[in-house]
Each structure stands twice: as C-alpha cells, then as structure tokens.
Design a protein around this ligand. Structure first.
Ligand code: KG4
Ligand code: ZN
Length: 342
C-alpha cells in the first residue's frame, strides 16, 4: 500500500510517501517557512497558514514527482490534525481531504506528537535496528516538552510535561532577548559549540526549576535571563555568548536531570529524545547513551507521519475518517485512535 502523509502543524509544509509492502520511504519533502518568520521574530499563525497555502501544494507535488507517482496511485491519504496552529492544521487537512476526494481514496488523521514519539523507528525504513522497547521518551520541541513511558508500539503513557514554556520556546525567547534572529535554538547551539569555553557556559548560574515528578518549567529561566540582559552591554559579544551558553546549559541540564531521574524511578533502560531541540549537539553530548532520530527527522517532517500511518495500516487500525473530520489545536484533544488504544 502507498500512503501519502502531510504535516502542517507549525511552520513547515511537509509531505512524504511510504510504500508499506516494501517498508520503504519513497519521498520525504520539507518546505520551511523560517525565512518568512524571521522578520517577525517568531511564528505568526496567520502567516504560517498563508505559507502553507503556498508551500504545501509544492511539497506534495515534489513528493509525488520524487516517488514517480500520480495522486491516483496513492492508496490512502494521511494528515496530522492535532495539536498545532489551528489555521495551519486546517490548510493541511483541507488540502489532504481534497486530494483524497478527487482521487476517490480514503483518508485518515493522526496526532503530531504521537508521530514525533515514534519517529526513532524511522531507522527501520533503512533496514537498521530500532531502539529496544520499553522507552522513556521525550518530545522536546518549540511547542511541546512531553515525557512518555513507551512499553511498545501504540502502548504508552503520558507522564508529564512542561508547566509553562516548551524547551524550544525557551531557546527562542532567550535568543530574542539577546537580539538573535528566529529560530534562536540552532544559532545558540552552533555558536556555543564553535566558540564557548567551559567558563562561558558556567559564567551565569541561571535557575533550574525544581518541579514535581515528571514535569519541567522554563519561565523562571527566561525571567533570570531578561534581568541579566538589562545589566549587559549587548555590543559585547563575549558577554552575549556567555549568556547564551549559560542559558543553554540551564535548559539542557533541566531536561537531562529530569529524564535521568524519571528513567531511574521507572527502571526503563532505553532513553529516546525527539523534536526540534533534540537536534542540539550539546544535548547529544550530555546524553551519549540516548537514541535520537537524525536532525532532519527530529524537527517537523511528514516521514514520521507516514511511518506511524504505516504501522497503523499494518495492524489494520488505520481508521478512515469521514469528510466532516476537523482539526484541534491542543493536546487535550488526544483521542484513543491517535494516542494508542488502552
Ligand atoms: O519540532 P520543531 O521543528 O517544531 C515544533 O515546535 O513542532 O521544533 C522547533 C524548535 C524551535 O524552538 C527551535 O529553536 C528548536 O526547536 N531547535 C533547537 C535546535 N534546532 C531546533 N533548539 C536547540 N538546539 C538546536 N540545535
Ligand atoms: Zn513538531
């Protein structure tokens, strides 16, 4: 079966095609809106919706061309319809519905966070081993920081998440305070990797919130960085670097400490991280034992959606949606189908 998957939950228009008989990815296309967002210093939901109107048809067209297929060659269409920016999700959902409708093929909806969660299994499409279950898994992105106990495919429990900002949001807010362009996460990572010394990383002791059980918090850090920035001459690049590198340490140490603690409490041997912040090289250095998807597949992509749909299809559980299906912005909208049946 050939499945075409679409993801438009945030600011990337993504399309990918999987052949479930050969268990192979036929195409995997990402059109990023980052350049359009730079002048606004962050994501503007309405601009993201408009960019999807422009970028999604291009991404789908390219995915079909790369796979040398026509829309009618696709057996089943899939789209993430939750959680995310509602306007962005609606563009992806309407476009995917229309493709399915015109090709007279069924379509299904999936949960974006669940797709991130199982993205470490993309290695199976390259004939490589998957990280062994059970996992302590963390989806750490611009919109979410969620911790899960994954016993096996489709069988998992949400343990907790951030009480306020997501980790990627913390990176981006620190970057904004330091007048770095959006998204600041990759810039802070690269700058700190290339130029920061141990002294830069430890010059400022930014707070790591002590939160209950499997929760995290980054709002105190943001306030502490804002106070430090007020006292700092931002034309002094050594000072800016030290704030960026010290803030990165505080964000990452909070994540690392929490995950190692949760792993110990639950006695789960395999640690898995995914989502945009999982691209971070310092995080990978701090957790050499953990499993990370490739950077391309940590950030938003449709290959992870195609893969999850492929697993549901193999298990005869890819539920066909009615033409009236809609989209939902928040994680509260988890449904039994999208988040695994209990
Ligand atoms: O998963 P993602 O591509 O989009 C969603 O939020 O769903 O994550 C984007 C976030 C942004 O906040 C970005 O600054 C952060 O991930 N990010 C990074 C790195 N690459 C992306 N943060 C730290 N280090 C990185 N290398
Ligand atoms: Zn995402």
């Amino acid at each position: 079966m050939k499945l075409l998957a679409v993801d438009t939950s945030c600011d990337e228009s993504c399309a990918a095609i999987i052949d479930t008989d050969r268990w192979a990815l036929l195409s995997d296309v990402i059109h990023s809106h980052v350049d359009s967002m730079k002048k606004f210093g962050g994501i503007v939901p309405e601009i993201a919706s408009r960019e999807h109107l422009r970028g999604l048809p291009l991404a789908v067209h390219e995915a079909l061309e790369l796979a040398q297929l026509k829309p009618t060659d696709i057996d089943h269409y899939v789209v993430t319809n939750r959680p995310g920016l509602i306007g962005a999700l609606l563009v992806g959902l309407s476009f995917t519905k229309s493709l399915a409708f015109a090709s007279q093929k069924p379509f299904s909806t999936l949960n974006h966070i669940e797709a991130h969660l199982f993205s470490p299994l993309l290695t199976t499409l390259e004939g490589k081993k998957a990280p062994p279950f059970p996992w302590l898994a963390c989806v750490v992105s611009g919109g979410h920081t969620e911790i899960f106990h994954v016993e096996s495919l489709f069988n998992y429990t949400w343990l907790g998440g951030t009480l306020d900002d997501a980790a990627g949001e913390a990176f981006d807010k620190v970057g904004k305070l330091l007048q770095l362009s959006y998204p600041a996460g990759p810039k802070i990572d690269k700058w700190a990797r290339e130029s920061a010394t141990q002294e830069h990383r430890s010059r400022h002791k930014f707070p790591k919130a002590r939160t209950e059980s499997h929760t995290l918090s980054f709002s105190g850090l943001k306030t502490a960085v804002a106070l430090q920035v007020k006292k700092t001459d931002l034309s002094n690049s050594d000072e800016v670097l030290s704030i960026a590198a010290s803030a990165q340490e505080a964000i990452l140490d909070a994540i690392v400490d929490k995950l190692l603690h949760s792993q110990q409490i639950l006695g789960v041997p395999t640690l898995v991280l995914t989502g945009g912040v999982a691209c971070n090289s310092r995080l990978r250095e701090k957790l050499p034992q953990a499993h990370f998807p490739s950077p391309k597949h940590c950030s938003d992509n449709a290959a992870m959606v195609a893969l999850l749909a492929g697993y549901y299809a193999k298990d005869n559980r890819l539920k066909i949606e009615p033409w009236s299906a809609t989209a939902y912005p928040s994680l509260d909208s988890f449904s039994p189908h999208s988040m695994g049946e209990k």
